[in-house]
Design a binder for this molecule. Structure first.
Ligand SMILES: *Cc1c(COP(=O)(O)O)cnc(C)c1O
Length: 389
């Protein structure tokens, strides 16, 4: 887990400020986007790098009725931290903590018979029925049960175990491949197949509490995909699922994380001075350099070498040369801000700072990866923890 710092004003080398008021507002906005459905805040991978427990708490306060994680360990950690309500996890491997999950009242997902059988054995041992959601592959081609015979078998075996009191099928669900590309033909095809696979299971007698397929982009752009529950990850953190869909403000969302570092050194150098490993940047003339003490060990993508933007003293600067493990350099163009000046790598953007999306473009990736990869060496500093009204 991440280090957490309690004093937001401590002069830290680097910090990721997490605005929990923004997160709560995002959850409320998402509830408004999907008024007929419950919201599952997806808090896998340490809440996309924002800190699982504080973010999960804030999301629940703002009305998220479900929490979702990839691994059972992540879900169990939430329960151990006292999070109430429904918690679902979907990425299981053989020998996983099925019994612990059952005893913690988690909803587990199964995509195939091996998983169902391990679950049933654990439920027998625990003497408590498991809550299980059957996952259909409607076209993503990743996890999930194939339609047709495989689905028929999975549904039949689940219903047999349910009739023996070993489990309850609480949900039927699937996941989109291209929901961030509105109009992509796979979207309609997946919805059609999902409806067919639902109808098949319900026809056999499954009575799910929830049917769900929508991730953030589907929640924001595809009301017919909302069903009973929407699973929102990236939008919870105030980031648009894709720049083609729009900026966060278009959806009433506000980025939650602000990443900054304290300038560690400012110095004057002559023209022709090579900067950082490989000398991929050479000063075009006499200038000043600022040392930003974060690097790829902190999750700053090395692919953004020579490209990543940083706000220093009101001006955008660009990473000069390579991003190293622990530090990178910006050309301050002759300015001499005092050491300790905060360099803002990204934030909501409202104060002129770059956004995680700007870093994604600089690194040739998606904003999801930018926030999720921020390393454990960067303390998360929580602001607006108390819910005001
Ligand atoms: C990560 C994930 C989500 C959330 O996706 P976003 O695009 O971040 O909203 C939803 N469902 C599943 C199965 C996931 O793995």
């Amino acid at each position: 887990m991440n280090e957490t710092a309690t004093a937001p004003t401590a002069p830290l080398r680097a910090r990721a400020e997490i605005d929990l008021a923004a997160l709560r507002a995002n959850v409320r906005a998402l509830r408004a986007h999907a008024p007929g459905a419950a919201v599952m805040a997806v808090v896998k991978s340490d809440a996309y790098g924002h800190g699982a427990v504080p973010c999960a708490r804030a999301a629940v306060e703002a009305g998220a009725r479900w929490l979702g994680t990839a691994t059972p360990e992540e879900a169990l950690a939430l329960r151990e931290a006292g999070l109430p309500g429904r918690i679902m996890c979907w990425l299981w491997t053989p020998g996983g903590p099925w019994r612990e999950a059952i005893e913690a009242d988690l909803d587990v997902s199964v995509s195939g018979l091996w998983a169902l059988r391990e679950l049933v054995a654990a439920a027998r041992e625990a003497g408590v029925p498991a809550r299980v959601q059957l996952k259909a592959d409607t076209g993503l081609g990743r996890n999930g049960c194939q339609p047709g015979e495989d689905w028929a078998e999975l549904v039949a075996e689940a219903l047999r175990a349910q009739s023996e009191g070993l489990l309850t099928v609480t949900g039927l669900w699937s996941h989109f491949a291209c929901a961030d590309e509105p109009g992509h033909p796979s979207i309609a095809a997946q919805l059609t197949l999902f409806r067919e696979m639902l109808a098949y299971a319900e026809g056999r007698g499954v009575r799910p509490e929830v049917r769900h397929i929508a991730n953030s982009p589907a929640t924001l752009t595809l009301p017919e995909s909302h069903f009973d529950l929407v699973r929102t990850g990236i939008a919870t953190y105030g980031i648009s699922p894709s720049p083609e869909l729009g900026v966060p403000a278009d959806f009433g969302l506000r980025p939650v994380m602000t990443l900054s570092a304290s300038i560690a050194l400012v110095k004057r150098v002559p023209g022709g001075h090579g900067v950082s490993y490989g000398h991929h940047y050479v000063t075009p003339g006499e200038t000043t350099l600022g040392l930003v003490p974060v690097g790829y060990a902190d999750g700053i993508p090395r692919h953004a070498s020579g490209a990543g933007p940083v706000l220093v003293d009101g001006k955008w600067r660009t990473v000069a040369g390579r991003i190293a493990m622990d530090q990178f350099v910006v050309d301050l163009g002759g300015d001499e801000p005092p050491t300790g000046t905060r360099a803002v790598l990204f934030g909501p953007g409202g104060r002129g700072e770059p956004t995680a999306e700007d870093w994604a473009q600089a690194a040739g990736t998606i904003a999801y990866e930018i926030v999720t990869r921020i390393g454990t060496r960067v303390p998360r500093v929580y602001v607006n923890e108390e819910q005001a009204g």
